[in-house]
Design a protein around this ligand. Structure first.
Ligand SMILES: NC(=O)C1=CN([C@@H]2O[C@H](COP(=O)(O)OP(=O)(O)OC[C@H]3O[C@@H](n4cnc5c(N)ncnc54)[C@H](OP(=O)(O)O)[C@@H]3O)[C@@H](O)[C@H]2O)C=CC1
Ligand SMILES: O=C1CO[C@H](CO)[C@@H](O)[C@@H]1O
Length: 288
């Protein structure tokens, strides 16, 4: 079991309102909705509205996903006060240049139609441009229009290159994370430095992981699906998570994580499933 596994975590009474406290004191919902591959703005707006009605407060998009307008429309029209919602977007790799990050940010904000952003991430580590892009994010953060800044797909080697040059430490590292890719050294590296890890493709895009016998059996014991076991495991390893679903029933299922807990044996059994298997690109061999 991971050194950071916590069986009594998070406070179940808070449910989807349970927040991680970032290293600048800003709070991030432990569970949010990912919207990658929801194509049209109209569908994105409908899905995000459904999720917010069901209690979700965090939404994860990116300029790459082409649906920031839909996210913004739902956030503006849903009736929940803006300050109760948490919107993340990301700088895509073609803008990962000191002189382009601010422009990319303004374009995202225009599409979102929001006054401020909760979290802005560098989408991938782009060799030769990590420090200058991070400096541009620091500048944006100082304006107050971005409440938290972070990175995505950063491995230890990337942090070792970046951290000596930062004035503001990244608050978040969003990485591929699920029982088949547990990256214990990276998780430990981030957690001991106060960098909150957030899981992308937490369900491994609904492939073989969700049919894994261990996960299905653990789920059956609790009356839960394998997907719910995986998402609960995220929380108990203190990793925030952003499962994507466009289906109202699965959106609800993925939020129904707060009335059960995995015990030490179950956490240990899940720890044994790690096989270093990715469904996305390897950040150490990523070519843009
Ligand atoms: N920073 C980065 O580089 C990356 C970030 N991301 C972010 O992470 C989010 C999540 O990752 P994503 O790649 O979308 O993959 P997920 O692991 O969240 O899986 C999404 C898939 O699982 C299905 N699904 C959702 N819930 C269930 C369930 N309970 N049971 C069975 N199937 C289910 C969805 O279908 P359906 O919609 O029909 O329910 C969809 O096909 C993205 O949407 C994006 O916001 C993703 C990739 C890279
Ligand atoms: O967020 C993302 C969604 O998926 C893309 C392609 O698989 C990734 O490159 C990207 O990081």
């Amino acid at each position: 079991m991971s050194a950071h596994a916590d069986l009594a975590f998070p406070d179940s009474t808070a449910g989807l309102r349970a927040n991680a406290v970032l290293n600048n004191g800003y709070v991030l919902p432990w569970v949010g909705l990912g919207v990658f591959q929801i194509k049209s703005d109209a569908q994105t707006a409908a899905v995000v509205r459904t999720a917010i009605e069901q209690g979700y407060r965090g939404i994860d998009t990116a300029s790459l996903y082409g649906n920031e307008r839909g996210v913004g429309e739902a956030v503006r029209s849903c009736g929940v006060p803006r300050e109760e919602l948490f919107v993340t977007t990301k700088v895509w790799n073609d803008a990962m240049r000191a002189d382009k990050v601010a422009e990319a940010f303004e374009e995202s904000m225009r599409r979102l139609g929001l006054e401020y952003l909760d979290l802005y991430l560098l989408h991938w580590p782009i060799k030769g441009h990590m420090v200058s892009s991070w400096r541009a994010l620091e500048t944006l953060h100082r304006t107050g229009r971005v409440k938290a800044i972070g990175v995505s797909n950063y491995m230890i080697a990337h942090f070792e290159e970046l951290l000596p040059h930062v004035e503001i430490k990244p608050m978040v590292n969003q990485i591929e994370y699920h029982p088949y890719l547990q990256s214990p050294a990276l998780i430990d590296y981030c957690q001991t430095r106060g960098i909150q890890v957030q899981a992308w493709s937490p369900l491994m895009q609904a492939g073989a992981l969700l049919r894994d016998r261990t996960l299905v059996e653990i789920g059956a014991r609790h009356g839960k699906s394998a997907a719910q076991v995986v998402l609960r495991w995220d929380l108990q390893t203190r990793v925030a998570t952003i499962p994507k679903s466009a289906d109202p029933k699965r959106i609800a299922e993925n939020a129904d994580l707060f009335d059960f807990a995995l015990d030490a044996d179950e956490m240990a059994a899940i720890a044994r499933l790690d096989r270093g298997q990715r469904c996305g690109a390897d950040p150490l061999n990523f070519r843009f």
